[in-house]
Every structure is written in structure tokens, then in C-alpha cells.
Design a protein. Structure first.
Lengths: 135, 579
């Protein structure tokens, strides 16, 4: 049986809006993935450490209070430094278009803004996992 | 009309309105009148349900429904100003006095907020709600690494007593109410407010300071907690005790069930979880040696009102009734002040859409109307129609104030008290909500109360379930949210102003903090912090040592750290969080 896709969902800094991450966690589980939730007040170091320890395929950061331009590049850089740049990095929340463009240029794989459907996010992840060479 | 026909005599007609005759008539109507119509046209929705409970709503309510629930006017409803206060807590409703009109706002440094508050007072508001930024509410100074980028963003930054003095540079002759929202670090925040008022020569008894002090909701759904729940409750109880003993006209506890509602609680959860938390606070403060009638009047409630008009009306009525019964029957309260629910109704930010923000003005008007029609409180707070876009505009502040006044002065709903009383539908829904809340409260009690329920993640998991359900209903179009999943329009990307204010305001704030730290007597600060740690480990009230500490310019973050040294930090696992 194929290994289930493992996803780490994280909240960073002092952003404590958790409804989006709660809803997405359930939707991804419904889509057959294993979801690990980081809890609040995470730093990039903590996210990278958990991502490696839990051997996840996907790191998803939820950002609703504007910390994305600070935290996402740190996560991408931290994963790269740890030799874990193969992990898919996505983020979602309140993210203006101009920032989404910058984040993608900095190595974030995809940015989902408010109103993105959970099924759409699940399809995106599954699509990316299918593109990967079999281990 | 033929004379002598007994069935048309008025007294006969009254008789036939209840009991078997009416049931027969209802069955006949369903068969002969409604039936053919359903046959011919059907209904345009698959199911008609209330918004949050998803309870089926019937196409018609009649006296039969009241008979089915055993409706008893005096027992269920009574008169305004009398037990069980279902109709209103005031004998003459809004005819004697309109509600206090409030608005939330706060951003930038103390001085920035101050400009906004002065503007709001000039718009005719007589109370203010102070919101702090995330570093402040999470117990960090502005120069803490976790604070970077968040300083002054979601509200005012307060690091030192000097910041509080700048924020409170207000025309106090216009300020009747001041609400300060700073749950986890409430004792430090309170100490700074008291010391700032003292330094300004403002008589603290001349205004009513309201502190939600509602740490239990932070563990449940808001997330701005610092210490483990039982220590959070102890700190909150210290604030209550100190405030009640020293500032008897202040309100040191608000059960902000509106936050549960914003986290997608349905109306039954909102009331049941809120009351269960109120019980936890009541038991904690009673253990400090008070009688119920000395403390119950301090409990105030803030509720959120959503778009389902009748669910909102019924909820507000049930809210008053359940509290009165809880006070009388569980706690043996005797005074009117204990039995009357002190309520602030508030249209909910949760029903504000980012898309087509002007639509929110219509939503706010409808929600305010429900609040006014069901005596939604002695005070009401209105969110701003563009607040989903971060910084509210001056225009939104003015429109918000106008909505409250339009409902109060133009609609006529305030002319009579509780105009929906006796409605077959509203009374049925009120009773349904009441019964379900009481059942849920019993369930929480059997778990050991609200604190135990929080520790085991019960509330968190229940809310997560509602959040998932609600999202599903929006995604599959079952629940239509105009502009969001229905009647969408191509719009320019909304302007989200989250990045403009920060750097300059943040720098200014950090510079001020460093200056204060450089100028103060550091030995005195260290001594004060040591004293706080010492008191925190005992059962002594924390407030006096907090006041001493803020007077020597110990910072907000330093004082929160002193308590972290004693209580530790709370890091619940994801199972407890329900994610």
C-alpha cells in the first residue's frame, strides 16, 4: 500500500487565528492524508525540526495576521539548510497578491488566499505528490 | 352572518383557538390549503433550518406549538424587569434609556490610538474599547523576538506605564465607559490603568472600567494564553477580587461568549460554554469569601448576534432567562442585581465579508435591529463594515455610529418592550434553545466543569466540529453567503493595509521602551519583580505588588515573565486543541 502523504500544518509567531488550519486539517485527512498540527507560537526553527522529525512531505503555514513575509522565507531557508528542500512548502491565509508573487520567487511552492476551497488545496497536494519519482 | 350561529360568537371563537379544535383546523389547513400549494409549487430550498443550530424550521407556527411546549406566560416570559426577565431586565425597556453605543478600535502606539478615540468620542459615543496588539495580549514587550512585525498592528502596544498614560490622554468628562481587553496579562494591564489614572488626577470612580478578564475563552478558541489554565483562572480571580474590593463600580469580568460565537459556536454552545465558564469564575470568587449577591452583579456578558434574525432574538431572550434561573436556583441569589443579566449585544464580526464590504452595512443594520428588538443589552458594540480589511476608516466609524442611531431613532422598535413575545415561533424557538442549553450545561458539569472541559479539550473539539461543518456548508453552497459563495462579482483585489503602519510605529515603540528602561531605577525594578515572583507562589493577591512594580516602570513583558518563572507556559498538544 502506498505511503500516506504526511502534512505538517503550522502557525507561526503570535498569529492565533486557527479556524482555517482546523478546517484544512480535517479536509486533508478526509482526502486520505496524515496531518500533524504544530500548535501556536512556532518559530521557523521549530517548524523545520518538526518537519524533519515527522518526515512530512508537505509543510503548510497558515498566516492571518501578516507575518508571512517574515516567516515563510525563514522556513524555506531553514529547510534548505537542513537538506530538506524536497518538501513541498505552501502557505495560506490573508496574503495580498503582491506578496504571493514574492513568496513564490523566494521558494514557496504555492500560496492560497482567503476563500480557497479545501478540496482545491487537497487536489494541488495530490497532484504534486503524483509528480514525484517513486521512492 | 346568520344570527344565533353559536360557532361565530366571539367567546366561542376564543375557545376554539386552543386544544383539539385548533389541531383539527391545522390538519385541515395542511391538507386542503397548504398541501395543494406544495403540490403545485414545491419549495425553493431542500431544507429550512435555523442558521447555527441547523434545527428544522416549520413553515407555520400556531398556538398548537405553544400548547406542545406547555407554554406558560408567567413562568416562561413574565413582565419586563421581573423574574425570569425573558422580556427585558429593565421595566420600561429602551423607553427609559437607550443602550450605550460603543465601538471597538485601537491601533498604533498609545498616541496614535488616542487620536482615533478622541474622534470617536466626538461622534457621540460615550464609551471606548481598548484593544491591544498581539505582543501585549500575549505578554511580551515590543522588543521581544516573537513581537517583531506585530507591534502596534492589531491594537495598541503597551510596554510601560508611560505608554498607558499616553493612550489614556482623553477628555474624561466624555468617557463613561472604558473597556480594556487584555486577558492573560490582566493584572499588569489593570495595574497600569490604575496608576495612569492616578498620575493624571482622574478619579477612578468617575468612570466604569470594564475588563473582560476572560482567560478561559483564550484556552478555548482565541489562543492568547500564557500560563496553564488553573493559573490563568487564579490570576483572573485576583483581578476580580481586587477590583470588587477597591473599585466597586468597575466590572472585572465579562463572559465574552461573542468570542465563542466568532469561533463558530452555535447558539446553544455559545450560551452553555459561556455559562459553564461563568460558573467556574463564580465558584472561584465565592471561595475568596464573598456572598453570591456581592459578586453576581459584576458578571457581565457580551454576546454576538448573527444573521439569522429569529435565532438571534430567541437567543437573547433565552440568555436572560437561563441566567436568572441559574442565579436563583443554583446559587440562591436574592437581589435583583444578581438575577438580572448584564448583557452587551454585538453584531458579529464573523458575519462581515471581505468581499463587497458595503454589503456589511446591510448586515450590521439587520443585526442591530435584532439586538434592539430583543433588548440585546444595556450597551451595544458595533463592528465596522470594512474591518475585515484591517484598519477601519473614519467613514466606517461614522457609519457604525449612524447604524446604531438609525435603529434607535428611526425604526420604532424601541417604542415597546420585547415586541416578539407571544409569537408562536419566537416562544417555541426560545424554549428550544433554553432546553438545549440546560442539557449541554449538565453535560459539562458532569465532566467536572469548564476548567476540566478545557483541560481535556472538550470545548476546543466541539468548536472544531462546528468550524468544519460551517465551512462545508459554505463550500457546497448549502449556506449562501452573498458575495462570498453567491452573487460574487469581479472585484479589484481588496486593499489589505496590514503592512504600512508597522515599521515606523514599531520602531517608535521600541525606542520609547528602551528610553524608559535606560532612565528608570533598575534596582527598584528588580526588587519589584522578585516580590511578584514571591507573591505568585502564594495565595496572596497579586494586584498590590503589580501596582508597586508598574509605578517603578517595570515593563509589561518583565512582569509577565516573572509569572512565567513561577507558573510555566501552557503548550497544549494538538489533540487537546481539536486540530
Amino acid at each position: 500500500m502506498a505511503r500516506k502523504t504526511r502534512v505538517l500544518l503550522g502557525k507561526m509567531g503570535l498569529d492565533c487565528h486557527t479556524i482555517g488550519v482546523t478546517v484544512l486539517a480535517q479536509a486533508l485527512r478526509d482526502a486520505g492524508m496524515e496531518v500533524i498540527y504544530s500548535g501556536l507560537k512556532q518559530t521557523a526553527d521549530m517548524i523545520v525540526r518538526t518537519a524533519i522529525q515527522e518526515d512530512v512531505d508537505v509543510v503548510g503555514i497558515s498566516s492571518l495576521s501578516g507575518g508571512h513575509m517574515r516567516y515563510l522565507p525563514e522556513v524555506v531557508e531553514g529547510l534548505r539548510a537542513a537538506g530538506a528542500e524536497d518538501k513541498l512548502v505552501i502557505c495560506g491565509g490573508v496574503i495580498p497578491e503582491r506578496d504571493a508573487v514574492k513568496l513564490k520567487a523566494l521558494g514557496v511552492d504555492e500560496v492560497f488566499t482567503m476563500g480557497a476551497e479545501t478540496a482545491h488545496i487537497a487536489r494541488y497536494i495530490n497532484g504534486k505528490m503524483d509528480e514525484r519519482p517513486a521512492a | 352572518m346568520p344570527a344565533g350561529n353559536a360557532s361565530t360568537r366571539p367567546d366561542r371563537a376564543v375557545d376554539s383557538q386552543s386544544g383539539a379544535a385548533l389541531r383539527e383546523q391545522l390538519a385541515r389547513w395542511q391538507r386542503d390549503t397548504l398541501g395543494p400549494d406544495l403540490e403545485a409549487q414545491g419549495e425553493w430550498k431542500g431544507a429550512y433550518t435555523s442558521q447555527s443550530m441547523r434545527w428544522p424550521i416549520k413553515s407555520l407556527y400556531t398556538p398548537v406549538d405553544l400548547e406542545d411546549i406547555g407554554f406558560d406566560y408567567l413562568r416562561d416570559v413574565g413582565f419586563p424587569g421581573e423574574f425570569p426577565y425573558t422580556r427585558a431586565t429593565e421595566p420600561n425597556g429602551y423607553r427609559s434609556r437607550l443602550w450605550n453605543m460603543l465601538q471597538t478600535t485601537g491601533f498604533g502606539t498609545g498616541e496614535d490610538s488616542n487620536k482615533r478615540w478622541r474622534y470617536m468620542l466626538d461622534q457621540g459615543l460615550n464609551g471606548l474599547i481598548i484593544e491591544y496588539d498581539l505582543p501585549t495580549t500575549n505578554g511580551y514587550d515590543s522588543d521581544h523576538p516573537l513581537a517583531a512585525g506585530e507591534v502596534c498592528r492589531a491594537g495598541t502596544a503597551i510596554d510601560t506605564l508611560q505608554d498607558m498614560e499616553a493612550a489614556l490622554d482623553l477628555p474624561f468628562e466624555k468617557v463613561e465607559y472604558l473597556t480594556s481587553v487584555c486577558n492573560a496579562p490582566q493584572p499588569i494591564n489593570l495595574a497600569m490603568i490604575i496608576a495612569a489614572l492616578e498620575n493624571k488626577g482622574v478619579d477612578p470612580h468617575s468612570l466604569r472600567l470594564q475588563m473582560p478578564n476572560f482567560i478561559l475563552v483564550e484556552y478555548t478558541c482565541v489562543g492568547r494564553y500564557i500560563y496553564p489554565p488553573k493559573h490563568g483562572l487564579r490570576i483572573a480571580t485576583d483581578v476580580m477580587e481586587y477590583s470588587i474590593r477597591n473599585y466597586p463600580n468597575w466590572v472585572p469580568i465579562s463572559i465574552v461568549s461573542a468570542q465563542l460565537y466568532a469561533a463558530r459556536a452555535n447558539v446553544v454552545q455559545e450560551l452553555a460554554f459561556g455559562f459553564a465558564m461563568a460558573i467556574e469564575y463564580l465558584d472561584a470568587i465565592l471561595a475568596r469569601g464573598f456572598e453570591i449577591d456581592e459578586v453576581a452583579p459584576y458578571f457581565s456578558f457580551i454576546t454576538g448576534v448573527d444573521m439569522d434574525f429569529f435565532e438571534a432574538v430567541a437567543k437573547l431572550r433565552a440568555y436572560r432567562k437561563i441566567w436568572a434561573r441559574l442565579m436563583r436556583d443554583k446559587y440562591g441569589a436574592r437581589t435583583e442585581e444578581s438575577l438580572k443579566l448584564n448583557l452587551m449585544g454585538s453584531p458579529g464580526t464573523m458575519s462581515m465579508a471581505l468581499q463587497q464590504p458595503l454589503n456589511n452595512i446591510a448586515r450590521l443594520g439587520i443585526q442591530m435591529l435584532a439586538c434592539a428588538a430583543a433588548n440585546g443589552g444595556q450597551a451595544m458594540n458595533i463592528p465596522l463594515h470594512d474591518e475585515a480589511h484591517a484598519l477601519p476608516s473614519d467613514e466606517a466609524v461614522a457609519v457604525g455610529a449612524a447604524i446604531q442611531n438609525i435603529v434607535a431613532h428611526e425604526t420604532g422598535v424601541t417604542n415597546t418592550t420585547d415586541p416578539f413575545a407571544g409569537s408562536y415561533f419566537v416562544e417555541t424557538l426560545t424554549r428550544q434553545i433554553e432546553n438545549a442549553v440546560i442539557e449541554e450545561m449538565a453535560k459539562i458539569e458532569s465532566m467536572g466543569g469548564a476548567l476540566a472541559a478545557i483541560e481535556r479539550g472538550y470545548f476546543q473539539k466541539e468548536l472544531a466540529r462546528e468550524q468544519i461543518e460551517r465551512n462545508r456548508a459554505i463550500e457546497n453552497g448549502e449556506w449562501k453567503f452573498i458575495g462570498v459563495n453567491y452573487l460574487q462579482r469581479e472585484e479589484p483585489e481588496p486593499q489589505i493595509d496590514m503592512f504600512e503602519l508597522e515599521s515606523e510605529a514599531e520602531q517608535r515603540q521600541i525606542t520609547n521602551l528602551r528610553r524608559v528602561k535606560a532612565e528608570r531605577d533598575n534596582a527598584a525594578v528588580q526588587e519589584a519583580l522578585a516580590r511578584v515572583r514571591q507573591v505568585a507562589a502564594t495565595k496572596e493577591n497579586l494586584m498590590p505588588c503589580m501596582l508597586d512594580a508598574v509605578r517603578v516602570q517595570a515593563t509589561h513583558g518583565e512582569l509577565c515573565d516573572a509569572l512565567r518563572d513561577v507558573y510555566g507556559e501552557y503548550h497544549p498538544d494538538s489533540l487537546t486543541l481539536g486540530v
